[in-house]
Design a protein around this ligand. Structure first.
Ligand code: SF4
Length: 381
């Protein structure tokens, strides 16, 4: 099949659903790795990759989890080759998430060889006590060892994930984490406010009154983080994401712009050919379906222009450059909710939460602090 020259490129997300243990805050689908399960997973991923469209350019690939880095070097190689043989051409950006305790030189060599361009490491904090309170398996020494190995392997792009508003974390500790992450010099930093998702160990502690949420303090963490990261040379381009010049994560930007992507693996979400759906968050169920040649879709939503217009604005506003309403309107010409959404944007602008220039709308600093509430209000239009 010939490659389309008109359809925009797509992204591929691969979910690697294995973790050695469960972090206290984690609500992602993951399982403990067992050899039989790993082999079955890799074979089923090969079956899923075989169904990828052959007429679309794939410009970004993202392996997340779970802990992709938990796979042995030979399994990373098998998964990577299995994907590459189904792609019309190698992706321009290929990110792999690795937990510090999983970063080994042989794995990095395989990933470099496959053409991976970006290692994203889930550091969360450099403070041993805070790491312990998150239930993370690694310690600061492992972070530094892993980072040295990543640096030595010479990937063009690197990301470190940090977390803030951790119970008992002070603003000074948050500043120290940011400074230390920046000192290591990754090209990209992601900072996430700790959230209390249902069915997590942290949520249980919250319901038992052992920890609490302090929203005013969360805002101070946000603001101090944004300010300090800018001073340290990391430009904010999305609520939680900061980059040195030309180091933004293109894969994530494509999803915020409501382009198309295909998710492979259990629990992976897709947005493709007019549908948004998920694979089942169950390894056995997903493997069985793939072995039977019946790729299952759960939580399937048909995408119409009303939904895509609203989501393009809601997710687009998360980015600092905001959205160009004219070009979004041109992409979704049959949307019937245009006037209501634009009316709501005008209200936010009068309230000082948004600013506009021509058809370009972006959140102000104050608007970014209440980004989730703005998204919820736009969803209700
Ligand atoms: S390593 Fe990541 S996916 Fe695994 S339990 Fe921890 S937060 Fe969740």
């Amino acid at each position: 099949m010939a490659l389309s020259t008109t359809a925009p490129p797509i992204g591929i997300y691969c979910h690697v659903p294995f973790c050695a243990s469960t972090c206290d805050f984690c609500a992602f689908y993951q399982e403990k790795p067992r050899r039989g399960d790993l082999d079955r997973y890799l074979a089923a991923m090969d079956l899923e990759f075989a169904q990828l469209p052959q007429d679309r350019v794939v410009d970004t690939v993202f392996w997340g989890g779970g802990t992709p880095g938990l796979l042995a070097a030979k399994d990373l190689e098998r998964l990577g080759r299995s994907l590459l043989k189904r792609l019309p051409q190698p992706p321009e950006e290929w990110t792999i998430e690795m937990a510090p305790s999983t970063v080994k030189a042989d794995k990095l060599a395989v990933l470099r060889d496959l053409g991976v361009t970006r290692i994203s490491m889930g550091v969360q904090s450099f403070d041993p006590k805070l790491l312990e309170s998150l239930g993370r398996l690694h310690n600061p020494k492992q972070i530094y060892t892993a980072w040295e190995r990543v640096q030595a392997a010479g990937f063009p792009q690197t990301n470190l994930d940090l977390m803030f508003a951790i119970p008992n974390q002070s603003i000074e500790q948050w500043e120290a984490d940011i400074r230390e992450a920046a000192r290591l010099g990754p090209t990209h930093l992601s900072t996430y406010c700790l959230t209390f998702e249902e069915d997590t160990a942290l949520y249980v502690k919250l319901s038992q009154g052992k920890v609490s949420i302090d929203e005013a303090k969360e805002l101070r963490f946000y603001e101090r983080g944004w300010e300090l990261l800018a001073e340290l040379g990391y430009a904010q381009y999305e609520i939680s994401n900061f980059a040195q010049p030309d180091a933004e994560c293109r894969h994530n930007m494509n999803t915020w712009r409501m382009q198309e992507w295909i998710g492979c693996g259990p629990s992976a979400a897709s947005q493709f050919t007019g549908e948004r759906y998920q694979r089942p968050a169950n390894l056995d169920e997903w493997c069985t379906a793939m072995e039977l040649g019946q790729p299952p879709k759960t939580e399937c939503v048909t995408l119409d222009h009303d939904l895509l217009l609203a989501d393009s604005i809601i997710f687009g506003l998360r980015m600092n450059r905001g959205v160009d309403l004219q070009s979004i309107n041109e992409r979704f010409p049959t949307a019937s909710n245009r006037a209501e959404l634009e009316g709501q944007l005008k209200i936010f602008e009068r309230e000082g939460l948004l600013r506009s220039q021509g058809s370009q709308y972006a959140l102000t600093h104050r608007g970014r602090l209440v980004c989730d509430a703005i998204g919820s209000a736009l969803l209700e239009v």
